[in-house]
Design a protein around this ligand. Structure first.
Ligand code: ISL
Length: 554
């Protein structure tokens, strides 16, 4: 493969992850929709992003909010129609925005026609599209592997006396990628979307396509039997061929692909343009009150930066639809902490993604009852805790502290009822802080998180050094401050972010001080630019201070 086949635009781009269900509801049914997205494209344009990744919008019984697909080539009616989708794609292109879709090909819904057929019996032609194994005595699962959503990876089927395999919910049976006919059907579906002119895909749970033999014994990592298992290379190579044919951008959700392996997954000959690692959310503290550990967070990110410094490419993110709000679990729910986190990750090497609402500094939702929770995995977790004898109050706390629903509450547009998200009843409650924390208020406030993101995107884009420059971690052992150098041929920047609520003093290594007076404060959230001026040996940082210094080059 030659270099020209790679699409370079995404290396300069900033992406926006849009969760359609919670973005904007134009028809008042309480559920976000395509018409709502259409309405808000000018907002995304004003924010300064270059492309949008849409979470699944395909036909789905919604057991896992669209990640259980029953028809890959139909639009979920509550989101709109295919005609509306095409109009959205055209509108994006007209505005200079690219649009990428979620590609969920590790599993389908149990309501997908393939699975409905497969369930009919052992001789059905679609049987082998999925994984079936005879249950051992007394309907016991064929092995002891556990699913990501809790419980066995096997669900027993009375009809055939066999069990089928699922790494997520029982309603999400895994596809059998060893079956050539299945692969062809998937490839055709992918080409159909590519031919429509979309700009790329985010590949869901892509590292799980291949499974170990069923008698594989788990030692330490419970997910090892289906994480980047040998044999996946052939499938990824097929996919790569399709993506290159259409010159689209791809980002894989590839847990279990190590930072070393990521190089060959994402370099010039790589299967994908970039991958999301799932390692940097290093948690500390007791279950139910965990936070992100700054040292762990920055060490993981720094390792990925170093390993992909010369080849391969990083996808940068601090939030998505599967995790709590970063301003709650790493920040202290203030404007400043949201800003410091933004600086800390957006100036790394790679393509930054912003998850909807992150640009406002949105925070976790104060869940008071389990009924307020939608995520099925959280309900599962809650039930398992109750079954193990934990009290309902404790189970609620343990379940909701890190639930995915924190990220899924409706986008906060203004201070009108339900934050301007819907004129109806929202499918998930709006965070009560919306009267203060919303797009309209923040657009009007020069010091807001939103305006800061706007400026930061502009700042990043104006400096090629952030795209191509090298990376070096500074003050590696500091438990609260994430500091690093981005150095290119012509310019060098020192990025410093105090990711704690404490006042901290950072000792700047001598080599960056050689030209002390020449260091210029060029971006940040310091209280006063005047005092921010000089980079001194001892740099005092207030809680969640973030600063970028341009260093004079010799
Ligand atoms: O490694 C994992 C957990 O440690 C997981 O890889 C897993 O791949 C990840 O949680 C997958 O998430 C994605 O697929 C799910 C869906 O529920 C999520 O919303 C989606 O982001 C199933 O499709």
């Amino acid at each position: 493969m030659t270099h020209e086949l790679k699409q370079p635009w995404w290396q300069h781009a900033v992406g926006y992850q849009l969760y359609p269900r919670s973005f904007r509801d134009a028809d008042g049914d309480g559920i976000g929709d395509i018409a709502g997205i259409m309405e808000k494209l000018p907002y995304l344009k004003a924010l300064g992003v270059d492309f949008i990744w849409l979470n699944p919008i395909y036909l789905s019984p919604n057991v896992d909010n669209g990640y259980d697909i029953s028809d890959f080539q139909k639009i979920q009616p509550e989101y709109g129609t295919m005609a509306e989708f095409k109009a959205l794609l055209d509108k994006c292109h007209e505005l200079g925005l690219k649009l990428i879709l979620d590609l969920v090909i590790n599993h389908t819904s149990d309501q997908h026609p393939w699975f409905l057929e497969a369930k009919k019996g052992k001789d059905n032609p679609y049987r082998d599209y999925y994984h079936w194994q005879p249950a051992t005595s007394e309907k016991q699962p064929p092995n002891d592997w556990q699913s990501f959503f809790g419980g066995s990876t096997w669900t027993y089927d009375e009809n055939s006396g066999e069990s089928y395999f699922h790494v997520f919910a029982p309603q999400q049976p895994d596809l059998n990628w060893r079956n050539g006919q299945l692969r062809q059907a998937i490839y055709q579906m992918i080409e159909w979307w590519l031919a429509l002119g979309i700009d790329g895909f985010r590949l869901d749970a892509i590292s799980h396509l291949q499974k170990e033999p069923w008698d594989f014994k788990i030692t330490d990592n419970p997910w090892a039997p289906f994480m980047n298992v040998s044999g996946i290379e052939a499938y990824m190579t097929d996919l790569q061929g399709l993506f290159r044919k259409y010159h689209v951008m791809t980002v894989g959700e590839a847990s279990g692909v190590s930072s070393r392996q990521a190089v060959s997954w994402t370099d010039d000959d790589g299967y994908l343009d970039m991958i999301f690692e799932l390692e940097h959310n290093v948690r500390e503290g007791e279950p139910g009150s965990e936070r992100i550990n700054v040292l762990g967070f920055k060490k993981v990110l720094a390792r990925w930066q170093k390993h992909l410094e010369n080849a391969g490419w990083n996808a940068l993110y601090v939030e998505n639809h599967d995790n709590p709000r970063i301003n709650s679990v790493l920040g202290n729910e203030t404007v400043k902490s949201a800003q410091a986190i933004a600086v800390a990750y957006m100036l790394l090497k790679g393509t930054p993604f912003i998850y909807q609402g992150q640009e406002l500094g949105m925070t976790n939702y104060p869940f008071a009852t389990i009924a307020e929770v939608d995520a099925k995995d959280s309900h599962n977790h809650y039930r398992l805790l109750l079954e193990s004898g934990v009290s309902p109050e404790e189970a609620l706390r343990l379940t909701t502290h890190w639930t995915r629903d924190h990220a899924r509450t409706p986008m906060q547009w203004n201070d009108s009822p339900n934050s301007g998200f819907t004129s109806g009843t929202p499918w998930l409650a709006v965070n009560p802080n919306y009267p203060q924390l919303n797009v309209e208020a923040e657009m009007a406030d020069e010091g807001s998180v939103l305006r800061f993101y706007q400026k930061l995107i502009g700042f990043r884009k104006a400096e090629g050094t952030f795209v191509t420059g090298g990376f070096d971690l500074v003050a590696a052992g500091d438990p609260d401050i994430f500091a690093y150098l981005r150095q290119g041929q012509e310019k060098a920047f020192l990025v410093v972010a105090n990711l704690s609520a404490k006042k901290r003093i950072l000792t700047i290594p001598k080599r960056y001080l050689a030209q002390e007076t020449a260091a210029t404060y060029v971006f940040g959230n310091l209280a006063s630019d005047a005092t921010a001026g000089l980079l001194t040996k001892k740099l005092t940082l207030a809680p969640y201070d973030a600063a970028v210094y341009e260093l004079a080059m010799n």
